[in-house]
Design a protein around this ligand. Structure first.
Ligand SMILES: [Ca+2]
Length: 271
């Protein structure tokens, strides 16, 4: 069971990571400026500095994604849902629930797996959390936006070394403007096994770590296995559809790569 202290540590760790990323970006910019200054002082000319890519402001039309995920919170499949106040703690199975966090609460809307959610809506500051064993989202809509000092994720994986597995079938994740981190964030050496079919993750332009982040570093393997079938990412700006192995880290095993779309374009299987 997570304690408040553990939760505080998660929030602190997330803030530290965000600051480290900002610091690294500033170091790169500073080095670039120094190099240009050296060149100018030596009588040379320089190109204008690299500018960051502007965020995506338009949502491109579906570029071949499945289209079989829920259309939104008003999709008829949710017509008989009953509302519950989160967070929901597992192990548990919930069906036809609309889970909302109480005011002021930024706990994951469902966590302490294994958990299963079918025909559910999750709306709040922090989406479902993958931690233990195998969890399933089927016919679900998730909408998140962070507040205050949050680092909100549509779905996050957190439990170092857990090796937990998450299966998504017909799931739509929407990040709306706020204090967000990422649409789908697997990190902290969770070594997760991710299986997605008929999934849309959008709102990456509202997240500093994009629509999906499953980037592996040595000693920090967020994802060890992935299956993508009919998945679409909008505003994705990290790795190849979220995947990257940096500095010789383990490459995630790709079980299947079918119809992977990022910002309206097919993404080729990287290896
Ligand atoms: Ca988070």
């Amino acid at each position: 069971m997570a304690t408040e202290k553990q939760d505080e540590k998660l929030a602190t760790d997330a803030r530290l990571r965000a600051l480290e990323q900002k610091t690294a970006a500033h170091d790169t910019q500073l080095a670039d400026h120094e190099k240009r200054l050296d060149t100018l002082e030596a009588g040379g000319t320089t190109e204008p500095p690299d500018t960051e890519q502007p965020p995506d402001t338009e949502q491109p039309p579906s570029g071949g994604g499945s289209g079989t995920y829920p259309s939104g919170p008003n999709d008829p499949i949710f017509a008989n849902n009953t509302t519950v106040t989160g967070p929901v703690k597992g192990p548990t199975t919930i069906t036809q629930k609309t889970v909302k966090a109480p005011s002021g609460n930024n706990q994951p809307l469902i966590y302490e797996g294994p958990w299963t959610a079918k025909k559910c809506i999750f709306i709040g500051r922090e989406g479902p959390r993958l931690d233990h064993a195998e969890s399933l989202l089927e016919d679900c809509y998730i909408e998140c936006h962070g507040e205050g000092s949050d680092h909100a994720d549509g779905i996050q994986g957190y439990l170092p070394g857990s090796g937990a597995r998450l299966v998504l079938r017909r799931v739509r994740i929407k990040m709306v403007p706020g204090q967000n981190n990422c649409g789908f964030f697997m990190s902290d050496n969770g070594q997760f096994d991710i299986d997605m079919e008929d999934v849309l993750i959008e709102g990456g332009e509202h997240c500093p770590n994009g629509a999906i982040w499953m980037i592996n570093d040595p000693g920090d393997i967020g994802c060890r296995r992935v299956r993508y079938k009919n998945v679409e990412f909008r505003g994705c700006n990290r790795g190849t559809a979220g995947l990257e192995a940096r500095n010789g880290a383990l490459k995630a095993e790709i079980v299947e790569w079918t119809n992977v779309v990022s910002n309206g374009k097919q993404v080729a299987r990287p290896y």
